[in-house]
Design a binder for this molecule. Structure first.
Ligand code: 5GP
Ligand code: ZN
Length: 114
């Protein structure tokens, strides 16, 4: 855990969030300021500052995050091609990264049907 990292505090449940999925490697919670009807953040439990801080040994973690996105899409019934979703990672000042703990935005225009 990185000191004074907001998302580490969310991972450790020191700060409340609306968690929709959790396992030993990642946590997924609702974005506090949603830009779409579904706006989730897929966050690794281990602290990595950004996509540029990933190492080769993080490859499994990153692929796991993609499979978690797949599970979320199924859970929200937006996995068929008529629906759909976006995965987004922001990096750097001009890229719009505000929280320096790696995260992938999961965005969808369709409200979950479950
Ligand atoms: P970034 O700009 O770093 O890619 O995205 C950070 C995201 O975290 C933003 O969409 C912002 O709304 C969200 N966020 C910031 N603080 C909190 C918080 O305390 N709780 C939750 N659930 N989301 C947050
Ligand atoms: Zn952190």
């Amino acid at each position: 855990m990185a000191k004074d990292c907001l998302f580490c505090k969310i991972v450790n449940k020191e700060i409340d969030s609306d968690i929709v999925y959790e396992d030993d490697k990642v946590i997924v919670f609702k974005d506090i300021n949603p830009k779409e009807p579904v706006h989730l953040l897929i966050v690794p439990k281990v602290h990595r500052e950004s996509i540029m801080d990933l190492k080769k040994e993080d490859a499994e973690l990153i692929s796991h995050m993609v499979f978690v996105a797949q599970e979320i899409a199924k859970k929200y019934n937006i996995d068929d091609k008529e629906k759909g979703f976006n995965l987004l990672n922001n990096y750097g000042k001009e890229g719009g990264q505000e929280i320096d703990h790696l995260h992938v935005h999961f965005l969808a225009k369709s409200k979950p049907s479950t």
